[in-house]
Design a protein around this ligand. Sequence first.
Ligand SMILES: [Zn+2]
Length: 223
Amino acid sequence: MKLKKHLLLLTFIFTFIIFFKVDAKINQMQLPLLGKLIVIDPGHGGRDPGAIYKDIYESPINLQISKTLMQELEELGAIVYLTRNGEYDISDPNAWNKKHSDLQNRVNLIESSNANLYLSIHLNADVSNTWHGAQVFYDDVNPKNKKLAEIMQNSFESNLKSNRKYKEISTYYMYRRIKSVPGALLEVGFLTNSNERYLLQKKTYQQKISNAITKGVIKFFQN
Ligand SMILES: [Zn+2]
């Protein structure tokens, strides 16, 4: 009688463990970013439009891509913060150097976020209109940044057909000051290249960029 009771209890415990494990596995498959906090930083904003080509500004495109990316990451379980959620900058109202204050506040926001990852979204520009392709830049201030850059550039290569290479930067004010959170600067295309300029403004291509970044993010956390 006692043995029967023990067996029943053991069966119950095993069923519970198996159920819990299967449940965790399903969660991992459907929500691979569950428990991850990610900061997306749409470059520029407000008085700072970023790169300009005729009447096309970098800033609103950065924001559109960032919002698309935010939604995609949230659907996979992540909690996402944006450093800005509209056409404004985040400088202190009384700052004499608005650009400096804007960048420093982005640093402060990301450093104090306890996030697992940050991604700055920008568009590139060059004097030559032949340059094109999405490219990743990183500062090695955080030991995880190089690996992240490599993974993300690979995703840009396979999903956006970019033939650019990821590159280390050490002179950018913002990125060398973000030490506690791994992250990178993603220049997702050239505003100065006519074909890419056309694509960057298209919702479908913005989703394609978002998807390429998301694949990179998932891979980064699996690593
Ligand atoms: Zn920019």
